[in-house]
Design a protein around this ligand. Structure first.
Ligand SMILES: [Zn+2]
Length: 249
């Protein structure tokens, strides 16, 4: 029955090909990961649980602040993450050089790409000059989730929010939702950094000079401004904002 076996194998190959073609042609079904429609997590069981916990925490923080959202997002944990030009403008490099990142939000795909916290590259990173550990990795995931929520809340208006503001808000909520020990260690790195004295300081130049320091100033501005009340004013464009990208050279 060798022939039959071959035939069977051929059928199986054909079957597999059809399944693969279907998988390519059809949009991925909604997985409803974390018990949420529109959420897909791509990672190990541990990463899945961590992502669901982080999503719940960030979505809950926004809901407590009066911003209820049915977030549509896919979170992919990867050995490394290279920033794409057509992704999150806030993180896109101006040159063609691919740049590695701990985390990245791809606006068009509604995807968060996260570097696995076990990656060797990640361990060389020292945000706020702190050693890489799980709480720090988790806080970066929350930062990317804030980006995803704000982009979805703003819809087509997201381009009106200057990119330094996207970063300021993501950092502010990231620090707010850190575990208290990690937050204390972050803030201790910049003991004299205060809130921005003017919203005009929320710009690409201040951000570019020292993102870690910018993050701390953004956090204090957020706290002084009434936390989510400040965030709601920012995404409601009720604060003075200058988009340095569109300023004449
Ligand atoms: Zn960011």
């Amino acid at each position: 029955m060798a022939h039959h076996h071959v035939h069977q194998a051929q059928l199986q190959v054909l079957h597999l090909t059809v399944i693969m073609l279907l998988a390519i042609a059809a949009p991925a079904p909604a997985h409803a990961d974390c018990g949420r429609d529109g959420v897909t997590i791509n990672g190990s069981p541990d990463e899945h649980d961590e992502a669901c916990a982080a999503l719940g925490e960030v979505i809950g923080h926004f809901a407590d602040g009066g911003l209820v959202i049915d977030l549509r997002v896919t979170i992919r944990f990867q050995p490394s993450v290279a920033i794409e030009r057509d992704g999150d403008e806030a993180a896109s490099p101006t040159s063609g050089e691919p740049r590695l990142a701990s985390g990245f939000y791809h606006v068009a795909r509604r995807e968060i790409w996260m570097t696995r916290s076990t990656s060797v590259w990640a361990h060389r990173r020292r945000p706020w000059n702190l050693p890489w550990d799980r709480p720090l990795a988790l806080s970066i995931l929350k930062h990317e989730i804030v980006h995803a929520i704000i982009y979805q809340l703003l819809g087509a208006d997201h381009r009106k929010l200057p990119r330094a503001w996207h970063e300021a808000l993501a950092y502010a909520v990231q620090i707010e939702l850190m575990d208290p020990d990690l937050r204390a260690r972050v803030l201790a790195q910049y003991p004299h950094r205060e809130a921005f004295s003017s919203t005009l300081h929320v710009n690409d130049i201040v951000y570019g000079i020292d993102p870690d320091s910018f993050a701390v100033a953004a956090y204090w501005a957020y706290v002084q401004g009434g936390r989510m009340a400040f965030l709601r004013r920012a995404i409601g464009f009720q604060l003075e904002m200058i988009d340095m990208d569109h300023m004449p050279p």
